[in-house]
Design a protein around this ligand. Structure first.
Ligand code: NAD
Length: 331
């Protein structure tokens, strides 16, 4: 069945969603983008006839079955509410927002209208992470007790426009806490449970042309007692991320840069590598699009619910607050 899907904002990630929803073969895609040269460029590249300059114009056309919100984070909740009220299911890019305002009302409106609202934390679609989660959940390593992440990438290489986009200000979802480490915090909550409290330190160290933090350290306590430690920067040359879950009787480790997971249970023995598939970035977004379309059809749950996205938003806000207060913060 073909679903009518509206992509709002076709900048960096909206263009990818446009391509990946088309790739599913299950969607007729329309785009909404206020920058007209960009709208025409993306519309032309993907042969999209339905192009709108703003949400009013899009919502006055025929209704949409689903919408993907790919604008800066401070705009997400108000747009999601309008889309739900118009009858659309909604997938919202990360982070869910820059404040909790409007989320309860959005949740109630979505429940009343039986619409799905989910958040696009795309790591949850990674096959190796899913395999690692299944192994942890099976209990074969015992209960998780500790989660450790270290990673980083050279943002100017992967996002050359970082000085001209939402990234430059906290108010629009910028800085390493809301933009980058939020992916890892969401993944770790999915793997070992939600974070109850945290202490964070951060700073601007290297990135030219911005003054938001590009380097972050966070210590966490999760609801079931798991202790966490996370460090990330956006300026190192290796593009690497390693997420380790230490359990009572074994250790599971996801290596993002190798798209694989491995495990270890006996001292003095080698790591055991699970086979890594070829996982191009688009493949994760195509899987995420399928999951959203399945949810629209009532055939499954979206990969990251509104509740889970809100929990990670509260982690982002607690990390910013802790950095300012230099103290532990409750989430
Ligand atoms: N999942 C991921 O891996 C990932 C990667 C990058 C960005 N993101 C998230 O996606 C969102 C967008 O990021 P981006 O990098 O694509 O930013 P971007 O600046 O490249 O694109 C945003 C687009 O939204 C358009 N826009 C803004 N307000 C609009 C409005 N009212 N109506 C129509 N169009 C509007 C802008 O013109 C721009 O083209 C952010 O929340 C960001 O955190 C997620």
């Amino acid at each position: 069945m073909d679903h009518r899907i509206l992509i709002i904002g076709v900048g960096s990630i909206g263009k990818r969603h446009t391509r990946c929803f088309l790739e599913t073969g299950r969607a007729r895609v329309a785009i909404c983008e206020m920058n007209s040269p960009l709208r025409d460029a993306v519309g032309g590249e993907y042969d999209i006839d339905e192009r709108f300059g703003d949400l009013d114009a899009a919502l006055s056309a025929a209704p949409f079955d689903g919408a993907v919100i790919c604008t800066p984070a401070h705009l997400h909740i108000a747009m999601a509410r309008r889309l739900v009220d118009s009858g659309a299911h909604v997938l919202i890019e990360k982070p869910l927002s820059t404040s909790p305002d409007g989320i309860d009302a959005l949740r109630s409106a979505a429940a009343a209208a039986s619409r799905t609202v989910s958040v696009a934390y795309v790591s949850r679609l990674h096959p190796s992470l899913n395999a690692m989660k299944a192994a942890i959940d099976s209990g074969r390593f015992g209960a998780p007790v500790q989660v450790v992440y270290h990673g980083g990438q050279h943002f100017p290489t992967y996002r050359p426009a970082y000085r001209e986009i939402y990234y430059t200000k906290h108010e629009t979802g910028g800085g390493a806490i809301q933009d980058a480490i939020t992916h890892v915090m969401n993944t770790s909550e999915w793997l070992v449970g939600p974070i109850d409290r945290l202490v964070a330190d951060a700073d601007h160290k290297v990135l030219e042309g911005v003054d938001v933090e590009d380097t972050v350290h966070i210590l966490t306590r999760h609801r079931n007692g798991v202790m966490g430690s996370f460090t990330l920067n956006q300026h190192q040359s290796p593009n690497e991320g390693t997420l380790t879950v230490v359990c009572e009787r074994g250790v599971a480790r996801f290596e993002a840069h190798r798209a694989r997971w491995r495990w270890h249970t006996e001292p003095e023995s080698p790591w055991r590598d699970e086979p890594a598939g070829d996982t191009p970035r688009d493949a994760l977004f195509v899987s995420q699009a399928h999951a959203f379309l399945d949810a629209i059809e009532g055939k499954g749950e979206p990969s990251c619910s509104l509740d889970d996205g809100e929990q990670t938003l509260r982690v982002n806000l607690a990390a910013l607050a802790s950095w300012r207060s230099r103290a532990w913060e409750e989430v």
